[in-house]
Design a protein around this ligand. Structure first.
Ligand SMILES: Nc1ncnc2c1ncn2[C@@H]1O[C@H](COP(=O)(O)OP(=O)(O)OP(=O)(O)O)[C@@H](O)[C@H]1O
Ligand SMILES: [Mg+2]
Length: 295
């Protein structure tokens, strides 16, 4: 990826609400579900902003994207990610503990954890439950464990995925309800299917009933301004005004790729024509995108 526009303040705010919630934010510990339209930057925000903010605040983070292999049963990549994290935590050279800020976890940052279960058995009928795994990690690392599942709606597609959803809930309850726990277990799900993602926190059948679902805060004018600044540094010929570029960004659904595509097409016009043609190009791209989505 060439240029990532970072949103450290937004990430810090979400991380603080998750890890050190005020009295009105306690519900976030029950689980946070983020939904937003396709290609608006959810994964980029999770990887480049939220995970660093969570780690910087002292949490251990495990991330898995169910989109990387949609043909696989969702439980497979989740167990693989968990096994990889456990392996990291058991090794002195693993980077998971060493990424923790030492001033927050001085005694654990340099040690390795040892578990009472076989890591390799995880996901088999005789393997440890996620609740047991989460509890041992939190108790030994003495910090919060955050599990992030991107494209979380895929967990609804199989019996094993649904069972894992219940296992995550059991892990949350086992860790968070334990008196004097040195950390919490926090589950974050992200996805583009609004109804399915929100549905995971509603309805009596939902494992995460009562968890919080929020709309992913889409990129705004500050992102557009950063793009225009780069264009000007790169001496690009045809550059629109911030106002028109922001309106066009909104028109294409706040999708960075579509804005860049529109700006590329704009280069065939003359500089004074920029503000006139960019909205026309954006409108055409919007129609083309709607055509593809409706097919
Ligand atoms: N903060 C950002 N700065 C620059 N480019 C970005 C940013 N966020 C997203 N993009 C670009 O937008 C495109 C879509 O981003 P991303 O994959 O993060 O979105 P998504 O919402 O997770 O998409 P999907 O619905 O396919 O999972 C990518 O090409 C990415 O590089
Ligand atoms: Mg994504």
């Amino acid at each position: 990826m060439s240029h990532v526009y970072h949103r450290p303040e937004l990430a810090r705010d979400i991380a603080t609400q998750l890890l050190r919630p005020g009295v009105l934010e306690q519900g976030l510990r029950s689980g946070l579900f983020l939904f937003g339209p396709r290609r608006t930057g959810k994964t980029t925000f999770l990887l480049h902003d939220l995970i660093p903010a969570l780690e910087n605040a002292g949490a251990l983070v495990v991330y898995v994207d169910l989109w990387t292999d949609v043909s696989a049963d969702p439980s497979t990549p989740i167990h693989t990610a968990l096994r990889a994290a456990l392996k990291c935590l058991q090794s002195t050279t693993g980077d998971l503990l060493s990424r923790l800020p030492r001033h927050r976890n001085p005694d654990v940052a340099a040690t390795r954890l040892s578990f009472s279960f076989e890591t390799a058995d995880l996901g088999t009928p005789t393997g440890a439950t996620i609740a047991q795994v989460a509890k041992e990690i939190v108790d030994q690392a003495k910090t919060d464990l955050v599990f992030i599942v991107d494209e979380v709606q895929h967990m609804l597609t199989s019996g094993a995925g649904l069972a894992l959803m219940r296992a995550f809930k059991a892990a949350r309850d086992a860790v968070n309800a334990s008196p004097n726990t040195p950390g919490h277990f926090i589950f974050i799900g992200a996805g583009s299917h609004r109804a399915q993602v929100v549905g995971m926190t509603e309805g009596n059948q939902s494992a995460f009933l009562g968890a919080t679902s929020i709309e992913f805060p889409a990129l705004g004018e500050d992102y557009v301004q950063s793009v225009l600044q780069i264009l000007s540094q790169e001496k690009v010929k045809v550059i629109p005004s911030l106002l028109v570029a922001s309106q066009s960004f909104a028109l294409v659904g706040r999708r960075p790729e579509e804005l860049l595509r529109a700006l590329r097409i704009l280069q065939q016009y003359q500089p004074p024509e920029a503000d006139h043609y960019l909205p026309v190009i954006a409108a055409a791209l919007k129609v083309a995108a709607a055509d593809i989505e409706s097919k």
